[in-house]
Design a protein around this ligand. Structure first.
Ligand SMILES: Cc1ncc(COP(=O)(O)O)c(C=O)c1O
Length: 421
């Protein structure tokens, strides 16, 4: 059906809808917990870097003054030694569906991917002469692909590539076609960093297990925004970052999940003193800890573990299910605004229309988007650009309003219309 309304009427009805959705939003009050960013009228990049909470500066100052400044090195014994495991348990409980003792906070996502991939392939080599392949998809985040290639080269294994649909992402059928009794590990992203496609974690994990392979998930774009049940779904290992929907701040350390039955069996390669059975034995030989601490290597970045704690409180208060509900509604609203405002200008939708199969960002494409993004950033409208011509509208349910989402879409329209080619 052709829309015969004029542009101003369409814009007004979207503005009214945004206001109505904000007014009915049960999570609306949480917006106030986030620090103001003067000059920014739409922040649509929480899928890359979450905003700080208002009380983060005071908490960081108190940490420097008290925990570090006054308690000094005593704080290691009093609280910091166990923080990587305690915080891991918290992330596991609040966002991952993981019972305690299986998640730890350490390193960057990239380093943890290396540790877990290497552990999985080493295990395959020690237990089977025939599992020689690591299955990964060509659209996975660069670090995942690069690590896979590096680890395969180190172990003499082969990388088998899945070529999924760029909008719908990896399907079970793609995985089933790529795996066999030769597969040691399947490594995929839960939410595709470009299209936002949400993979069927339980279905794919089961398929991997049916051929005897281990399954690893990258949760960077789903932790804190998409509920999951790592324990119940049988996931073997997972990694994720804490600076996106967990708002830990730039470079805050990542988390790794290793299923209990693999602990003490799989061994990661960077065997530093923090992963030793007895950290302070300082003995001549290395013996790995038998529990999740074995994934650590060196002194953990305690200062960088502070900011995410406030966000975990907020997620727990709001509940991950309510967050997902708002995320579905926000991305639906963004798609509707796209349909009415941007599709007529030739902008392509690069995410699926089925909200249940999306994470929390919507990607749109246009040849002029690189220049448009530069203009938007200087005007205080902040989505992010992804090569070659995509803009991701990252909608972080606790900190993003419907009105803000619409402000972003309208600004993309205005920038495109006035863009001097
Ligand atoms: C899906 C995904 N995996 C891995 C990474 C790499 O994380 P890091 O740079 O913290 O190692 C990122 C970073 O944005 C990501 O989006």
């Amino acid at each position: 059906m052709t829309d015969t309304r004029d542009a101003a009427t369409i814009e007004h009805s979207l503005l009214d809808l945004a206001d109505a959705l904000d007014a009915a939003d049960p999570l609306h009050a949480h917006l106030d917990a986030f620090a103001d960013a003067p000059g920014v009228s739409a922040y649509l990049d929480g899928n890359s870097l979450g905003r700080p909470l208002k009380d983060t500066p005071e908490k960081l100052a108190a940490f420097v003054r008290d925990d570090w400044g006054t308690r000094l090195i005593r704080s290691w014994d009093e609280q910091w030694m166990v923080l990587p495991m305690e915080l891991g348990d918290r992330i596991g409980r609040v966002t991952l569906g993981a019972a305690e003792g299986q998640t730890v906070v350490a390193d960057s996502t990239s380093v943890l991917i290396y540790k877990l991939m290497r552990a999985a392939l080493r295990h395959a080599q020690e237990t089977s002469g025939t599992r020689t392949e690591l299955v990964i998809e060509s659209g996975n985040f660069p670090t995942d692909r690069f690590m896979a290639e590096g680890v395969a080269a180190e172990t003499g294994m082969t990388v088998r590539w899945i070529e999924p649909d760029p909008v719908l992402g990896v399907q079970i059928s793609d995985v089933v076609a790529a795996i066999s009794e030769r597969t040691a590990l399947v490594s995929l992203s839960h939410v595709d960093y470009r299209s936002g496609a949400l993979a069927d974690m339980p279905g794919i994990t089961t398929a991997a297990h049916e051929v005897g392979a281990l399954m690893m998930w990258d949760l960077c774009h789903s932790a804190g925004v998409v509920p999951m049940q790592l324990d119940a779904w049988g996931v073997d290992m997972a990694v994720g970052c804490t600076y996106k929907y967990l708002n830990g701040g730039p470079g805050s350390p990542a988390f790794a999940y290793l299923r209990r039955e693999h602990q003490g069996v799989l061994r990661q390669p960077i065997q530093g003193w923090w992963s030793a059975a007895d950290i302070f034995a300082m003995g001549p030989q290395y013996a790995p800890a038998g529990d999740i601490r074995q994934l650590l290597s060196g002194t953990p970045p305690i200062t960088s573990m502070l900011a995410m704690q406030g966000m975990l409180d907020l997620i727990e208060q709001a509940s991950i299910e309510a967050i997902r509900e708002k995320s579905l509604s926000l991305t639906d609203f963004a798609v509707r605004a796209y349909d009415e405002m941007l599709a007529p200008l030739g902008v392509r939708l690069l995410s699926t229309r089925d909200a249940a199969l999306r994470g929390s960002h919507v990607t749109i494409g246009h040849p002029d988007f690189r220049a448009v993004t530069q203009r938007l950033w200087s005007d205080g409208i902040i989505p992010d650009f992804r090569y070659p011509d995509g803009i991701r509208l990252g909608l972080s349910p606790l900190s993003t309003s419907y009105a803000e989402t619409l402000t972003g879409v309208l600004a993309v329209r205005d920038a495109l219309e006035s863009h001097d080619r």
